[in-house]
Design a binder for this molecule. Sequence first.
Ligand code: C2E
Ligand code: MG
Ligand code: MG
Ligand code: MG
Length: 289
Amino acid sequence: VWSETRAGAPPGLRGDGADPTTSTADDRPGAEPSIDAGEIMMYYQPQVAIATGEVVGVEALLRWRHPRRGMVDPEELIRVAEQSAVMRLLTRRVVDDVVEQLAKWSAAGLALRAAVNVSVRDLHTGEIADQIADRLARYGVAPERLQLEITEGALMADPRRVLTTITRLHRIGVGIALDDFGTGYSSLQHLRRLPLSEVKVDRSFVLGMTEDTDDAAIVRSTIELAKALGLRVVAEGVEDERTWRMLHAAGCDAAQGWFYARPMPAEELVAWLARYRPLRPFGGHDDAE
Ligand code: C2E
Ligand code: MG
Ligand code: MG
Ligand code: MG
């Protein structure tokens, strides 16, 4: 299914095995994407501990730079890829890239943890668990350095197989985060039954929490619930200082968002980390709170 696009070029990603260079189908909305492997890259967004300002990890986010369309919204790419074998190839590529990147950071003295998003169907077979175990061993990366972000949609489709896959990953030490909490088929059963380490509050609630009392109430109760269950809670979509302070007051552990940094390529992240000065909610007086 991996096909050579040009002699010496990296293999393309295509679900049907056809030659991507002879096709223009990728420009039609909804058509199966024809992706040259060189057009795919990972961006990384820092995640910061709210109380100390310390960078606790990064979320790896897929980017597709289309030769004509420019950066394609990953949600669009994934929606289309999910309808074919392309998603499986994308996920393999993402896991490979991120584990390799973790090894590089580690060699450079950066003890980062990275979270990888996986799609609903990625969890329906054991393939992803095999691949992750293999890559971690091959690159000598500690499993604790990797986290998977799963959504509840995955659980609805095939809860038993998904549970088997994530239990295996959890046992080898890979963290599991429940992403976009509150947007899908949120069920408290998931929080109770799954081997989770983290809950992520969806940005749709976080973005509105300073203006909308309902959003604020949802964010606060999610934080409270997660903490009561012994789970770490991370808010995404923190764009301003007020939101950051409200999250701190609500007891949220960590946050990511434009207030801290946008997702960026790995090399930029290294420069960003070198410049970064931890922001504490109470300036220099945070220990007097
Ligand atoms: P997600 O996993 O919930 O990722 C968080 C999204 O919030 C990212 O969007 C991120 O760029 C965005 N974000 C972070 N901080 C802010 C902020 O302060 N304000 C706003 N407005 N947005 C913020 P992105 O990168 O466009 O990715 C969208 C979604 O695509 C992800 O949502 C995830 O569901 C999916 N995705 C991204 N990369 C991958 C991947 O490698 N594999 C899979 N299966 N899905 C991926
Ligand atoms: Mg995510
Ligand atoms: Mg999310
Ligand atoms: Mg999302």
